[in-house]
Design a protein around this ligand. Structure first.
Ligand SMILES: [Zn+2]
Length: 189
């Protein structure tokens, strides 16, 4: 289950490409290329009109697309350089969201207070917990207390973001409609 709807990359005219790259500070081949436009949570964002709706996309994903001509689709475009606003295509690698989380955990970037989680990380945690991921396992992987993960999963923290229901187990709860509320007694007089 994806937490955000996959939005296909828009069609770019040559002028559109130029306009995009003008908002990237191109430096040396090995250096980070910062996004000069708007940022959200450290990531550069760029707005498009797609099918009459304004859509915000991450600038580095667009940079990946314009460089490779491949829409990353549901894959994550991750940064080797750990610099979210960087748009240097040579600093990207494609990964699943799990890869991205594991990569961050390995680099120790996520060992910090729960209040520092990004929107994406919160939704990844909720998604994985909903799919049956254990709180203790996630906490260990991310280097935070189980309490922080539990609060994220049950919605005590990050109330502004949607909480995902856990997938029902085969022996889950009886749906309310099937549960007799009262013993079968006659109520008629
Ligand atoms: Zn970089």
């Amino acid at each position: 289950m994806a937490y955000c709807k996959y939005i296909p990359m828009p069609v770019f005219t040559p002028e559109g490409r130029d306009r995009f790259w003008r908002r990237v500070e191109k430096r040396g081949n090995d250096e980070c290329w910062p996004w000069l436009g708007h940022r959200t949570g450290g990531y550069g964002t760029v707005d498009f009109f797609i099918e009459g709706k304004s859509r915000s996309m991450k600038a580095h994903r667009v940079a990946y697309f314009l460089h490779t001509e491949e829409d990353p689709r549901e894959m994550g475009v991750c940064h080797r350089c750990d610099n979210p606003s960087c748009c240097n295509p040579s600093h990207f690698f494609l990964g699943t969201h799990d890869d991205n989380m594991a990569d961050k955990a390995r680099k120790g970037r996520v060992a910090r207070a729960s209040s520092k989680f990004t929107f994406e990380e919160v939704m990844q945690i909720r998604e994985r917990a909903a799919a049956g991921g254990r709180v203790s396992f996630l906490a260990k992987e991310l280097g935070v207390a189980s309490e922080s993960i539990r609060n994220i999963v049950n919605g005590t923290s990050y109330r502004n973001l949607p909480v995902l229901p856990r997938k029902p187990t085969p022996l889950g709860r009886i749906p309310k409609s099937q549960k007799p509320d009262h013993p079968a007694t006659s109520t008629s007089n």
